[in-house]
Structures are given as C-alpha cells and as structure tokens.
Design a protein around this ligand. Sequence first.
Ligand SMILES: [Fe+2]
Length: 371
Amino acid sequence: MISKWLKTNSIKDLKYFLKDKKFKKIFLLTGKKSYHLSGANKIFDRMEKYKTMKFFFKSSPYPEFKELKKLINEIKNFNPDLIIAVGGGSVIDYAKIANLQGIEENFEKKIKNNSYKIKKKISKLLAIPTTAGSGAEVTANAVIYIDQIKYSVEGKELKPDVHFLIPELIIKNPKKLKSSAGFDAISQAVESIISLKSSNQSLIYATESLDLSLSNYLEFIKKPTLNNCKKMSIAAMLSGRAISISKTTAPHALSYPFTSLYNISHGHAVSLTLEKFLKFNFLNSKKSLSNFNLNDRYQKIFKIFKVRNIYELENCLKKLKKDAGLVDDFKKLKINIKSEYHNIIDGVNLLRLKNNPIKLAKTDIKRILFE
Ligand SMILES: [Fe+2]
C-alpha cells in the first residue's frame, strides 16, 4: 500500500476550508435521512450564522430526472459561490450535473440522444461522501434515471473540485448501507482490473483499493471503528479513481434495472451478478477483446482475494456477500427472473457492456441470469 493514500480529513479541516471569505453564498445539497444520521447537521446548521445558505434535501432513493429539475432551478435562482454535496453517490451525482451551466435546456432530449454539450461549471463543488462508497467524489461522470432508464453524463467539468473524506460522518451508517456501498467499491475495483479500458494507473488504484476494502469490509459492517471507516473511505475513493480511467463492466451494466425497477440499492444490485460475470469472462478468456492478457489479470485478482482458481473466487465472493448480509437469490428478492428478464435486459446500459473483456450476446446474459 502506498502510504500517500492513507489520508482522510477531520471535521476541523472542513471547518477551516469553509471559513474562507470567498465563500459567501453556499448551496448545500444532502439526503433527507443521511444529513442527520451522519452528524453532518452538527457541522452545517451552525454555519447559517455567518454564511448565506440554502439547503436542498434529496428524497428519491436514486438520482432521477424530476428531482434533478427542481434542484437545477433552485441552484440557478440562488446563484451560489460554493455547492456542497454531503451524502452518498446519488447526492454527489445530482450536484455534479446541476452544477453545469445551461444543462436545463432540453435536458431530457439531449441526455437521451447523448447530444449534450457541457459548458462551464456554475460554482466550485465540494463533495463530502457520507458512505464508503461509490467514489463519486473523484469521478467525472454522473448517473441519472429518466423514466426508470439509466443515463450517464460525462465530462471533466463534472468532477468535484475538492473532496473531504471524513470517517466520523460514515461510522453511524446502518449496516445495510455499509454492506451495499462497500460492495460497490469492491466490485468497481474488480471490474476495473479486467475492463478493456484499464491502464497501468487504473490497475494500481484498483489493487490498492481492494487491499484496503477486502481486509476491512466485514469489520466495517459489523464492528465499525474510525479506523476501518477511514480505510473503507479511501478504498472507495481509489475505486472511483480506477473506474474514472477504466470504466465499469457487465455487473454494473446489469445493475441499473435492478435499482430502478426493484429499488435494490446500487452496490447490492451490482453484487447480484459479479461472480457470475467474472466466471463467464474467465471461462471465455480465449475470446478476450483486450490488448492485455486477461488470464494474467485474473491471476492478479486470485492473488488479491487469496484464492487459487475461478471456482474458489466464486465461492469467496458468495461467502463475502452472505457474511455482509447481501441477499443474492432472485426468489428471496421477489424477482421472477424468468418472466421479468425482458424488462431487465431492456434497461441494461449498453455503453458499460462495451468495456467487458468478452463480447456478451443477449443469450449469454440470459443464461448468466438464469443460472
Ligand atoms: Fe458503482
């Protein structure tokens, strides 16, 4: 582990940053529940005494268009000199999109046609994740659902200008949130290692992320301490850096309809198919489209997970999910996969499937889901 990553921030650091006189009008975007649960309210409620502040409380469980529209209007009317996003991946994603100048003009049409042009940012954006996490604080893209279909907005202007990782804001997360968010970080890093767009740099980020997450994930859920919250926050941030370069692959592409149709939280939705696609890719590695040796990458993953082969990796991930309380049986989740398969496949993000090292036909996905 490169020790330069092992840094997080304190509440004191944040207060010092916010004291800066150039921030006069602050727009604070946060989650209805997470704001109080994380203890962020204790930091920001007092700030109203010496800054002009406007609060927006997100209520939708995932980032959706109608709520985003309201947020865009409020930011436009308030015209802040600093936007602070305090929350999970959805809150940070909302802020990243709403902070783009002129994004409201024909937004729906442009996002659907992928024909949007990003101008400048409205103001400086500070991201403070209250989950560990999606790594959204360091990525240059954001997710938005329109009519239950997932779209992505991408561009360097989306990347937050500053982020603070504060373990104190994560420690009180409910177990369910910790297991889902933490698994997202794990899956992002694993997917990054085999993604067609991976590079030497993304490999470093992903490997370091997994070194931290795998040795802290279960303790973080069951016996949270400031130390394991710190490690998981860094793991999540590094997984964000990894996928900023490599993008994600099939388990992420398949996850979005599970979130929008069945309300399964993002990390949990990703966990439903991770080991299944890892096995499929490995068993078809001769057909790999990568310019790297896919088998070598799998050896790397085996080493990180301390397993000898793909079957042990599969069992290891299944056990990890079980220990983390992530149910992966479609029946138990009340999803009739056979009758609802078409709805799921219609909502799949084809762009993310393109980064999978093995080309996936719809019949492959069907077989993998029915397994
Ligand atoms: Fe993710």
